[in-house]
Design a protein around this ligand. Structure first.
Ligand SMILES: NC(=O)c1ccc[n+]([C@@H]2O[C@H](COP(=O)([O-])OP(=O)(O)OC[C@H]3O[C@@H](n4cnc5c(N)ncnc54)[C@H](OP(=O)(O)O)[C@@H]3O)[C@@H](O)[C@H]2O)c1
Length: 309
């Protein structure tokens, strides 16, 4: 059984990845202290303490690393560009280098936000990035540092939705929280993206490592839609009043960081190289709903409660 070290294990991607795969893979989850009573093993580390970051892979010697830790809050990166540069830009390179030295496979999680959105249609991996925000600039720096230090590494540009530890981390949770309370939720009509259910992203990342891929890949959904339409699709799945999803322009949102209007990424390279089809958005939304019915949101949040067994 492959031993996979997962950073950002309390995050939306990391926690779902660990919970969905600990029984088929040996998962070692890197966490700063939030997780308790998980069914998988936890290693405590703060990656901004550079000595801990440098020693981590060498000490643990896993078979592979999935590096999902980041400052993924776009507006908080605008307020702390130096911190974002360290965590999103420099630390990925440090980890990728130590993985290369130790002969450990390395997958770096990046973002669909590295492009400026001016292209018509879907971006492919060979298109030139032009990030608009501090977050996207520092994530692109992370990609460059990873591939310079470790050309065999995988860089996976993702976009995903799912249930999180805080219950507020993903766009799907934003719509769920508002609509389930009978409140209106704004949905951008002028931002197009390709969301993929987080369990599908997690499975694909592991398959990519197992298939021995390297280089840049787009790991998103194969269907593009606006954030407004995504809200409407969720409302319909959960049986909420879809008129509560209010069409809005991102330009009128008052958000701090500049955002791309076009986050459509092509998954052609990924599905060809893996020889597999990317799961449909309708399947992902149905599974997101099924998890809700099964009490998964409560279960996931229980791992943040110190006293809970
Ligand atoms: N959400 C999306 O749709 C989306 C879209 C594009 C790209 N991405 C990328 O996907 C990856 C995962 O995103 P996410 O949404 O899962 O992020 P998230 O929920 O914000 O989680 C971030 C994770 O990084 C950890 N972390 C932060 N600082 C750390 C440090 N100094 N040392 C160790 N761990 C630290 C956090 O730990 P704490 O809980 O202790 O803070 C948390 O586990 C990121 O690389 C992000 O850029 C996400």
């Amino acid at each position: 059984m492959a031993r996979i070290l997962v950073t950002g294990a309390s995050g939306l991607l990391g926690l779902n990845l660990c919970l969905g795969n600990w029984d088929s893979h040996s998962i070692l989850a890197v966490d700063r202290g939030k997780l308790h009573h998980t069914p998988f093993e936890v290693v405590r580390a703060d990656l901004t303490r550079l000595e801990q970051a440098r020693r981590l892979i060498e000490t643990i010697r896993p078979d592979a690393v999935i590096h999902a830790a980041a400052n993924a809050n776009i507006d908080s990166c605008e307020s702390d560009p130096e911190g974002a540069r360290l965590l999103n830009g420099e630390i990925p390179g440090i980890l990728a280098e130590s993985a290369a030295r130790a002969g450990v496979r390395f997958l770096h999680v990046s973002t669909d936000a590295v492009f400026d959105g001016t292209k018509e249609g879907f971006y492919v991996e060979t298109d030139t990035p032009n990030p608009l925000s501090v977050y996207a600039q520092t994530k692109l720096l992370g990609e460059q540092n990873v591939l310079a230090a470790n050309p065999q590494a995988i860089v996976a540009r993702v976009n995903f939705f799912g249930w999180s530890l805080s219950g507020t981390r993903s766009l799907a949770e934003f719509f769920f929280n508002k609509l389930s309370a009978g409140q209106a939720a704004n949905g951008f009509t002028d931002v197009y993206f390709c969301p993929l259910f987080v369990a599908h992203v997690s499975a694909l990342l592991i398959q990519m490592l197992e298939a021995g891929l390297s280089g840049v890949y787009h790991v998103v959904g194969r269907e593009a839609l606006s954030k407004y339409e995504f809200g409407v699709r969720l409302a319909r799945q959960f049986g909420f009043d879809e008129r509560l999803v209010i069409p809005q322009s991102v330009e009128q949102s008052g958000l701090k960081a500049r955002r791309s209007h076009n986050l459509r990424l092509s998954t052609h390279k990924l599905s060809t190289d893996l020889g597999t089809e990317i799961p449909a958005l309708s399947t992902g939304i149905a599974q997101f709903y099924a998890q809700y019915q099964q009490g998964y949101p409560q279960k996931i949040r229980s791992y943040a409660q110190v006293g809970q067994a």
